[in-house]
Design a protein around this ligand. Structure first.
Ligand code: BGC
Length: 597
């Protein structure tokens, strides 16, 4: 995973063609113009159906004057449709008419604000969606009554779930896991993965960090149940982790959703089990079972933080073959919608669970910090958030630097510095990027995402598991001012040979220990990539995990155009990605910054 993709700053990435913000089956967006009323609303109604039952998620967006209390109304087209159990509103049904009145905590809706509510329902015959909605009696579709018969249900595109649908708490109280808090990390204890903890403690000095929360990676279908016949997974499945989290009295757990069709399209080290055309399998055999487990009411008080699909969507901008070094696989998954639809589906299904917090992966500054990549990536993230029946309301935030090595801050080589009147942006290291560290990138990208239509309350996570860059080689001041290169190379704390290097980097250290709300716009520093788990094997190793051999993990490799034909900088003797690599953990502890005591 985590191939770096460069992306000449001077070359404009071709804008995405096929990825539209589409309205998929089951989503009704009704723009509103209530001519004289100050109330104006926009309602998105999505359902997940199975035989006889369904879950509906509704987002009410206030596009009129601020509301101090609201009542949503709609009429089921079919007499057999019933609301059984709702959440985040007071629900009632009379005949085919349904109303949902705000709860005390979500009655105030500023202009542009949204309320997300939902219910579990039943049907027989068919389950058509309502064709119009009102808020406080004002039609959200401008008052027009449909003259055509209501649409009939589109058949579900995936088989009904084999496990029972998520159940939800009773209607009159807010779901115990919700309403979602703004920042799920604040004052909350994180889940410690016992499998990683045991591995960390097997390395000398590992007990100094082994109680740190790290990500639980569901990197294949079998990981949902747990598997001990792969090199990169242990026997604990998702339920085992969630049960253990309850036992630990943890308040949050971090779960990585990582199994897209045609995964890691620009590299080889983290190719996965699903072929590019296997989107239906991704939905039915991967996301649906995960959603069924996470939706179990047993876990409703646990904040389940999902990190959605590392290193996927930006590849559609920078690593299709119209870019230098692009791959045919990235062309394929762009053309067939596997990534955009897959991420949209994951967001919709998981976002329907009130205690799940979705954070989409958003690359890192050494990939997306160039103008040609920055805005197009924010746009494709938005398109994915609106695909497969999802809305941007399913997105709590984004994560950057997952499993990468970019320094959090570069105190002695700021992108705004200049040397003898020349901007340091023209140094080889920065290469015209607009950013030279991850914190400044994360904050700026957050603003761009809001500009592109995400909620202004989104927060960013930064994976600081391996971006510490301490140890004896850490500079203590700026480099000499003899040239921009001497200045930047002498002062930068990130000691990689090239920013495009991404595999098992020699010299790297543990970064900031996880902590909540460290900086404006940042929900937390987190450890998602578990330190000591390999990024890829340094030579070809046969395996049953679908993992390829990427020469960026081979220390003897002299590079390609994506890393400026430099050496890979990888540690030797590494096992396949995800497998335990104790020498790497020792190296990371030695070079930790802040240092370990
Ligand atoms: C691997 C996964 C692994 C994850 C965490 C990725 O590079 O492809 O198999 O679970 O890293 O170590």
């Amino acid at each position: 995973m985590n191939v770096w993709r460069r992306l000449s700053g001077r070359r404009r990435a071709v804008a995405l063609a096929g990825a539209s913000a589409l309205v998929a089956g089951g989503l009704v967006t009704l723009p509103v113009t209530a001519a004289h009323a100050a109330t104006q609303c926009d309602v998105a109604y999505t359902t997940n159906d199975w035989q006889g039952g369904f879950t509906a998620n509704i987002t009410i967006r206030n596009i009129g004057d601020p509301l101090n209390g609201w009542t949503l109304g709609f009429t089921f087209p079919d007499a057999n449709q019933r609301v059984q159990q709702g959440w985040s509103a007071r629900w009632s049904q009379s005949g085919r008419n349904v109303t949902a009145q705000n709860e005390a905590y979500n009655g105030n809706l500023a202009t542009g604000g949204t309320a997300s509510i939902g219910f579990n329902g039943s049907w027989s015959g068919s389950n058509p969606r309502p064709t119009s909605f009102t808020v406080n009696g004002v039609a959200c579709n401008g008052g027009t009554t449909p003259t055509t018969p209501p649409p009939t249900t589109t058949p579900p595109t995936t088989p009904p779930p084999t496990t029972p649908p998520p159940t939800t708490p009773p209607p009159t109280t807010p779901p115990p896991g919700g309403p979602r808090v703004d920042n799920p990390y604040v004052n909350a204890r994180g889940y410690v993965n016992p499998e990683w903890k045991a591995k960390a403690e097997s390395v000398a000095g590992g007990n100094r960090i082994s109680n740190t929360p790290t990500g639980v990676w569901l990197d294949r279908i079998a990981a949902i149940e747990g598997t001990d016949n792969s090199q990169s997974n242990g026997p604990m499945g998702l339920r085992d982790h969630l049960d253990e989290a309850l036992r630990q009295n943890a308040q949050y757990i971090q779960v990585v959703i990582y199994n897209l069709p045609g995964r890691d399209c620009a590299a080889l080290a983290s190719n996965g089990e699903l072929q590019a055309h296997e989107l239906p399998r991704y939905k039915a055999q991967y996301i649906d079972p995960i959603a069924a487990i996470m939706g179990d009411t047993k876990y409703r008080n646990l904040r389940i933080i999902t990190v959605i699909e590392i290193d996927s969507l930006p590849n559609l901008v920078t690593n299709t073959t119209n870019n230098p070094g692009g791959t045919a696989m990235c062309d394929t998954v762009k053309a067939n919608g596997a990534y955009v639809e897959g991420v949209g589906y994951a967001l919709a299904k998981l976002g329907a669970i009130p205690n799940v917090y979705n954070y989409i992966d958003a690359g890192h500054h050494g990939w997306l910090g160039w103008d040609s990549n920055f805005v197009p990536t924010a746009q494709i993230l938005r398109d994915a958030a609106r695909a497969s029946g999802s809305t941007t309301a399913n997105v709590h935030g984004f994560i950057v630097n997952t499993a990468n090595y970019s320094a959090l801050r570069e105190p002695y080589a700021r992108v705004t510095d200049s040397v003898n009147g020349q901007t340091v942006r023209q140094s080889k290291w920065i290469d015209w990027n607009q950013y030279n560290d991850e914190l400044s990138f994360a904050q700026a990208f957050r603003q761009e995402l809001v500009r592109q239509g995400f909620d202004s309350g989104i927060g960013m996570l930064i994976d600081t598991s391996r971006n510490g860059w301490g140890g004896a080689n850490r500079p203590t001041g700026a480099g000499p001012t003899t040239s921009v290169d001497a200045y930047v190379d002498g002062g930068r704390v990130d000691r990689r040979i090239h920013k495009g290097n991404w595999c098992n980097q020699a010299g790297a250290g543990l970064g900031e220990r996880p902590r909540a709300a460290p900086e404006p716009g940042i929900d937390a520093y987190v450890w998602i990539k578990p330190p000591g788990e390999s990024d890829g094997s340094s030579r070809e190793i046969p395996n049953n995990d679908g993992k390829g051999f990427d020469r960026m993990c081979d220390p003897t490799y002299t590079g390609n155009e994506r890393n400026g034909n430099n050496r890979s900088g990888a540690l030797p003797d590494a096992p396949i990605s995800g497998a335990w690599f104790p020498a790497q953990l020792s190296e990371l502890m030695r070079n930790a910054y802040p240092p370990l005591s």
